[in-house]
Write a protein that binds this ligand. Structure first.
Ligand code: SF4
Length: 345
């Protein structure tokens, strides 16, 4: 087993809303291993981006805070560090790329300057060495004629090329962990595939770990080693990509999979949607937070929050259907639907 580079343990992060603290993530735990990709999947409002801000400790600047639990990186607690220490870790050891490359780049500097700036800041390179390496990084992220492109401004490049530049900036200091928050959402489909391929190739070359945040199970299927499914601030299911796609167990995960175009729709042509909307973090329902939208909700679901139940050796779900005595049948409706061929996975 690869070394755990990041461990998130019972971590809650939240914000002050109307003089009350509300949790945007609720006692979440997961690990990221060296050289592996963990995908955090969920709808908007599920807490996945807050999770990444908490890991980077950027949540402090967004008016929030880590409320409880711990995040350790290479064995050291990140919440225990001050912002000066975190500044050194950010960009050097943990880097982040965001959804919209155009807003991540500064329009008044050339892309070469922006990559070189990172090298000058974090690695004390001279101007000449930093620019030489910036050109090399542009080549590494697949930008043709990198010497020419380095002298151009962001508006002279396509969206896909700008995202490659953002990746080059993130890679400039050879981070051990790259957090990519919806890195392909703002790009068209063919460019999306190229960027995902690029991230995977760079991971093979550098051995970095990746946390990829996405609402798209199709993206997770392409790149993940492990998947964490989040809903309304909590983790609903976690497992290897093979387990999650072969045996999706939590009704929310099953719903996300059924929503993939071409994956499966119960009645032929119509695309499946999970009914209802995700609750506000300060208006969570009692019991299971997914119960108002769940087709399989039972009495216990409305009253008591489920803990994690083991589905397989390395696969767990927070759902009462998997608690032996809570369900009428030991086979969950979600699993039964899969086994009876009503839902193909
Ligand atoms: S605990 Fe109950 S409501 Fe929640 S997902 Fe499972 S079956 Fe549905």
């Amino acid at each position: 087993m690869a070394r755990k580079i990041l461990e998130v343990n019972e971590m809650s992060a939240g914000f002050l809303v109307n003089k009350e603290i509300v949790k945007a993530t609720d006692r979440i735990s997961f690990n990221v291993e060296e050289g592996k990709t963990l995908c955090i999947v969920g709808e908007s409002g599920s807490g996945k981006s807050v999770t990444s801000l908490a890991i980077m400790r950027l949540i402090d600047y967004a008016g929030g805070a880590i409320l409880e639990g711990d995040i350790t990186f290479n064995g050291a607690s990140l919440p225990a560090k001050d912002q000066e220490e975190m500044r050194h870790i950010r960009g050097n050891q943990i880097a982040m790329i965001f959804q919209d490359p155009m807003s991540a780049l500064n329009p008044v500097f050339t892309v070469g300057d922006q990559i070189a700036e990172s090298l000058r800041l974090h690695q004390n390179k001279s101007d000449k060495d930093a620019m030489k390496e910036a050109v090399e990084l542009l080549r590494q992220v697949g930008i043709p004629s990198p010497e020419v492109r380095a002298k151009q401004y962001p508006h002279e490049l396509s969206g896909g090329m700008c995202q490659r530049v953002v990746i080059a900036i993130a890679l400039a200091c050879r981070p051990q962990l790259l957090i990519a928050d919806e890195p392909t959402t703002a790009l068209d489909v063919t460019v999306q595939a190229q960027i995902l391929d690029l991230l995977q190739n760079l991971q093979k070359e550098t051995g970095m770990a990746i946390i990829l945040i996405t609402h798209d199970m199709g993206v997770a299927a392409e790149v993940a080693d492990r998947i964490v499914v989040m809903y309304a601030g909590g983790i609903m299911e976690e497992g290897s990509v093979e387990e999650i796609f072969a045996k999706p167990s939590h009704p929310y995960t099953v719903g996300l999979l059924k929503s993939i175009p071409g994956f499966e729709a119960n009645d032929g042509n119509e695309l499946y949607t999970i009914k209802g909307t995700i609750p506000r973090i300060n208006q969570l329902p009692t019991g299971c937070r997914f119960h108002p939208r769940c087709e399989h909700a039972m009495d216990i679901c409305r009253k008591q929050e489920p803990g994690f139940f083991q589905i397989g050796q390395d696969h767990k779900a927070a759902c009462w259907l998997f608690e032996e005595h809570a369900a009428e049948s030991k086979v969950s409706p979600a699993r039964a639907a899969i086994e009876h061929g009503e839902v193909r996975v």
